[in-house]
Design a protein around this ligand. Structure first.
Ligand code: GAP
Length: 517
């Protein structure tokens, strides 16, 4: 069986081979941590965005969207704290000349210890079978207890150092844990330094006195600075939300794991403005709603978990991540943050404008509090691909690679295939395609054997293949083949539209989200 690492490598290769994701500027050997989406990738990405956008703006009459510019006045980033505090602690290895994030090196060390515990548990599970009691084993096994004590102590030391941003202590942890550079294998480390993650450029010509501007590191600030515009022009009453999808840029030091951590990526963020004092109720509400949104896709409820933050940013009074089980462990896909009135107050202070809400119920004005939901499109894309990628052993020794994508998100919904390239079958197939193409992304394929054509569609996650044969010309029926079960059924051409719609209609998922508790 393939290890998780091998599976991940296969997913990355699959993304390239089937037109989902390409390295940026590949003919020039690529650009680190920057990627392009191909013909299938862009469809999947657009479907993810549509699923998010509609779930915000259609399902909530009090949420509206905006599309703010990437460039913003530089004072925005001073007010938000990004100029002074959007830093990562970095460390260099003198031998390999490679740069790392000190916090990531320590987190990887923590993950290694966790891995050792999991291996002990796995071994014991195999040994004891059904009688195995994991809780008891964790509480009594000497090796597990030793690893757990190491983990707890390191975790505490690391959290304290990060909370205080104690750079010397971070370096000392790396030395004490004997963490080596994965390239040179040595412990020849420099001191830990702060590194600001924002990209900057010049706006205007130098003769005019060019202004340093930043590429936004999050889309949220575009929402905060438009709070008053939207509230006034939309006559919005609290609570209400503003949603936005757009590019964000971060000069990430550790740019690995494919599209998990990119330098240019896309965010889908929603800021929900509320009355102070109601934030914890709304925080819990959004936590549950967002988890339901993920789970409705059907990739498996056990693949998601919350990770509540112990270390809170100074302006937040609650924060959690929704994590997805990637092949390299449970990883953050979305953050939900209770941001108090920090951002609006900061913008009021730096702009000198009054940024408040007049509450007609209490006849008072106040600065609203904010709950933020923030998800990366690319990370969501990666989680979907990792959850959907399957290698199946078929009867007769064959293997097939299939993407069990949620049909609503699949780039292509149906592929129409004439059994042979003659006898009027291609024409009939084109007729069917013309009938479906206004509602569904449909493709046509007449090359190679039907088996090969099925495999090509499996590999990009097309839920339905529709085969036109000689009988079709007589009975107006086709064979529809279902991706996941590989079962085939003879159906009327007139029924095709309904069959595909039922399986790919986002409304079905939206009802599921709204009706589940
Ligand atoms: N406005 C809040 C904010 O930006 P964040 O936790 O820094 O919070 C939110 O980012 C989400 O954006 C993350 O959960 C992740 O999905 C995505 N994200 C952040 N940095 C990323 C990167 N370098 N590459 C891809 N996605 C990223």
């Amino acid at each position: 069986m393939a290890t998780q690492e091998e599976t991940f490598k296969k997913i990355v290769a699959h993304c390239k081979e089937y037109g989902f994701v390409f390295p940026s500027s590949e003919i020039y050997d690529g650009l680190a941590a920057v990627y392009d989406y191909g013909q299938n990738g862009v469809e999947l990405k657009n479907n993810i965005k549509r699923y998010w956008w509609d779930s915000m703006t259609l399902l909530h009459e009090n949420i509206v969207g905006i599309d703010a510019a990437i460039f913003m006045h530089p004072t925005v980033w001073k007010a938000s704290g990004h100029v002074d505090a959007f830093n990562d602690p970095l460390i260099d290895n003198r031998d390999s000349k490679k740069r790392y994030r000190a916090d990531v090196l320590i987190e990887e060390q923590l993950a290694k210890i966790e891995e050792k515990i999991n291996k002990e548990i796995e071994k014991a599970h195999k040994r004891f079978g059904d009688a195995f009691d994991e809780a008891q084993f964790r509480a009594t096994n000497a090796r597990v207890l030793e690893h757990q004590a190491h983990f707890d102590a390191l975790h505490q030391r690391y959290s304290d150092a990060m909370n205080k941003m104690d750079l010397d202590e971070l370096k000392q942890i790396i030395l004490d844990e004997e963490i080596v550079c994965p390239i040179s294998g040595t412990r020849n480390w420099t001191d830990v330094r702060q590194f600001n993650l924002m990209f900057s450029t010049e706006m205007g010509s130098t003769a005019d006195g060019a202004m340093r501007v930043y590429l936004r590191p999050e889309t949220a600030q575009g929402i905060f600075v438009n709070y008053l515009n939207v509230q006034k022009t939309g006559r919005m009453k609290l609570p209400f939300g503003i949603a936005q999808i757009g590019k964000a840029f971060r000069n990430e030091i550790v740019a690995r794991q494919f599209i998990f951590r990119m330098r240019e990526f896309e965010q889908m963020e929603m800021q929900f403005f509320i009355k102070p004092g109601t934030e914890l109720d709304w925080f819990n509400h959004w936590k549950q709603f967002r988890l339901k949104w993920h789970k409705a896709l059907g990739l498996g409820d056990d693949k998601y978990r919350f990770h509540d933050h112990e270390k809170l940013a100074h302006y937040a009074n609650a924060a959690t991540d929704i994590e997805f089980q990637m092949p390299f462990g449970f990883k953050e896909v979305e953050g939900i943050h209770s941001r108090t009135n920090f951002d609006l107050s900061q913008h009021a202070k730096y702009s000198g404008k009054k940024i408040e809400y007049f509450d007609p119920e209490t006849n008072t004005s106040y600065t609203p509090y904010v709950i933020e939901t923030s998800i990366g499109v690319d990370r969501m894309f990666l989680s979907i691909l990792c959850g959907a990628y399957k290698e199946e052993q078929l009867e007769g020794g064959d293997t097939r690679v299939v993407l069990n994508l949620p049909p609503v998100l699949a780039p292509v919904k149906a592929c129409v295939m004439p059994l042979v390239r003659k006898d009027g079958l291609p024409e009939k197939a084109r007729e069917i395609m013309d009938m479906l193409k206004f509602d569904f992304h449909t493709t046509y394929d007449e090359k190679d054997s039907i088996g090969k054509r099925y495999r090509r569609q499996d590999a990009i996650g097309t839920p339905f293949c529709i085969t036109v044969d000689h009988d079709t010309l007589e009975d107006n029926c086709v064979t529809i083949r279902f991706r996941d079960t590989m079962e085939q059924e003879r159906v009327k051409i007139d029924d095709l539209h309904d069959i595909i719609r039922k399986a790919t209609d986002m409304k079905v998922l939206f009802r599921k989200i709204m009706n589940s508790n």
